[in-house]
Write a protein of this length. Structure first.
Length: 135
């Protein structure tokens, strides 16, 4: 999965330099993208063109900043990225800062599923990797 980790790093680098074609090049034609419900660009996007349009529209809202993967973990055919987000949107003076957990599922070296979570525990539950401690 070393190649897949490098692909995820390349995806964030492309996103941060506003290179949507380079970002999309890492995706499978049957890509499914799930953006959290509480974001302006929320929804499920299927297929390369729909995901390309979604990424381009979302990225076009940035005035400056970026998303930095701080930790990448392999879980089977998935790469889990713990991401520090620091962006200033166009027409806003304040920076938006936070953490997300992005899950990339790979097939044949391409991303077939890309989902973002604002809550790491929720991401781990979705992955089946978290179980609550009984008291």
């Amino acid at each position: 999965m070393l190649a897949e980790i490098e692909s995820v790093k390349a995806a964030y680098a492309a996103l941060n330099r506003n290179d949507v074609p380079a970002f999309v090049a890492l995706l499978d034609p049957q890509i499914e993208r799930i953006e959290p419900a509480d974001t302006p660009e929320a929804g499920t996007f299927c297929g390369l063109e729909a995901v390309r349009a979604h990424i381009a529209k979302a990225r076009d809202t940035w005035a400056e900043g970026g998303c930095t993967p701080e930790k990448l973990t392999v879980m089977g055919d998935r790469v889990v990225a713990h991401v520090h987000v620091r962006v200033r949107l166009k027409h806003e003076a304040e920076w938006r800062k936070g953490q997300t957990t992005d899950v990339f599922t790979f097939r044949n070296g391409k991303v077939i599923h890309f989902r973002t979570f604002f809550d790491e525990r929720q991401a781990m539950e979705w992955l089946g990797a978290w179980s609550p401690v009984s008291t």
